[in-house]
Design a protein around this ligand. Structure first.
Ligand code: NIG
Ligand code: FE
Length: 408
């Protein structure tokens, strides 16, 4: 017998075939936290009462996979509202960074914060994501820039996944910015990051390694050294690539078989082609594009025609995207990047899972995957991307259990 059976559902399975992998009169069952059955209700192998201990009549509501936010920097100290004001007075993100502000401001506040303070700061941001149906989230370090503080951030990230009903994937982003104590010696800092790698790996606190390959970050060669150290320590990689200029980050990520390359506004066609061949997901971050008032569009057509899977994420961070709404990102991906609502929803389900190396267990409604679901009060899946600032979540289900009840 199954544990739970949802009937009279409209299912957006996000598998291939019909748009959204939709099934109009569907049913879905869970057992031991996994999806045990999914299909047309008429094909159920018995009456609902015979089949499951609990039957939930959805009365035609839509069900999608639980949402996946595959790129965040949720754990940090302080905030950068003052820099927002400075940018409104005319300073650019790059100018603020070069003057010693930007990421370095957050590094100072993060180093000074206790684990409890970091936890308390991140908790409401994470709850805001969960309230919209996020069941899996990636959280990066990168505001410590020394081993002690990077591990502190990663520990807090891991603990949030124990405290709240969400799967947390953690990423070590030691190569995010140059810390003040290494001023003028970025190669020396990269040596230090590589030297952190064995302990980061053996701590089990990081699932993936990331870097910021950019004129205000680290060079192609420096990023390559970080990736090599990750590889030597058995950790997969992803990259902040081509956000403000084309340093061929997409190609570098592809060369290392990266799970994803993220931002990508300046990526070339050949970079997109390399990503397609490597199976590297393009993670687009419309919140950062919007908040920094970027004008250079990521090469969506190149990704589409090369067949690169495209994911969408909040990039939730204090400097370039203080966003805690993944649904808003769906709308922005469509309005700013001209993605279709179906592409956007794939970006926070199937392709979001792939960007985290979790394709086997999450991201679609298929038998054997974890029973992470969202039940929505909508008439069509496109509404998830269409509305602005409205949350139609009825219930979020994590590992087969109801964990969040929405307001509608
Ligand atoms: O993804 N690009 C670099 N890192 C972050 C911004 C971090 C910050 O400004 O604090 C990003 O946009
Ligand atoms: Fe980021």
């Amino acid at each position: 017998m199954w544990d739970r059976l949802w009937i009279n559902a409209r299912l957006a399975t996000m598998t291939d075939g019909a748009p959204y992998g939709a099934l109009a009169e569907g049913a879905l069952a869970s057992a031991d936290g996994k999806i045990a059955w999914v299909g047309p209700q008429g094909e159920l192998p018995g009456t609902p009462a015979e089949l499951a201990r609990e039957v939930i009549d959805l009365e035609g509501r839509w069900v999608t996979p639980g949402l996946i936010d595959c790129h965040t920097h949720l754990v940090y100290g302080g905030n950068r509202a003052r820099e927002f004001e400075l940018r409104l007075e005319g300073a650019s993100y790059e100018e603020i960074a070069r003057a010693g502000g930007g990421i370095r401001n957050t590094v100072k506040a993060t180093r000074e914060a206790s684990e409890e303070e970091l936890r308390a700061g991140a908790l409401p941001r994470l709850k805001s994501l969960l309230a919209e149906g996020v069941t899996t989230v990636e959280i990066k370090s990168g505001y410590g820039l020394n081993l002690e503080t990077e591990l502190k951030q990663l520990r807090v990230a891991r603990s949030l996944g124990k405290e709240l009903p969400v799967t947390v994937s953690t990423t070590f982003l030691g190569a995010h910015a140059l810390p003040p104590e290494f001023e003028g010696d970025s190669d020396g800092y990269i040596d230090a990051v590589c030297a952190m790698m064995p302990e980061v790996a053996s701590s089990g606190l990081a699932d993936v390694v990331d870097a910021f390959c950019e004129t205000i970050g680290f060079s192609y060669e420096q990023t390559k050294r970080v990736f090599q150290a990750a590889r030597d320590n058995g950790l997969p990689v992803k990259l902040h690539a081509d956000q403000l200029s084309d340093l061929e980050g997409a190609k570098l990520a592809a060369d290392f078989g990266a799970l994803s390359a993220d931002h990508l506004e300046y990526t070339s066609e050949s970079g997109a082609q390399a990503m397609a061949e490597a199976g590297t997901v393009a993670v687009l971050l419309p919140g950062a594009f919007y908040f920094l008032r970027e004008t250079k569009q990521p090469p969506l057509e190149a990704f589409r025609s090369a067949g690169v899977p495209i994911a969408i994420a909040t990039d939730s961070n204090p400097g370039s995207s203080p966003a805690t709404s993944l649904l808003l990102m769906l709308n922005m991906a469509c309005t700013l990047f001209r993605m279709t609502p179906e592409e956007a929803l794939l970006g926070v389900t199937r392709h979001g899972a792939q960007a985290l190396g979790l394709r086997e267990s999450r991201g679609t409604l298929e038998v054997g995957k974890v029973a992470d679901l969202c039940i929505w009060n909508i008439e069509s899946p496109a509404e998830l991307a269409y509305r602005i600032g409205f949350n139609p979540l009825v219930t979020a289900v994590k590992d087969g259990r109801d964990v969040v009840s929405g307001a509608v």
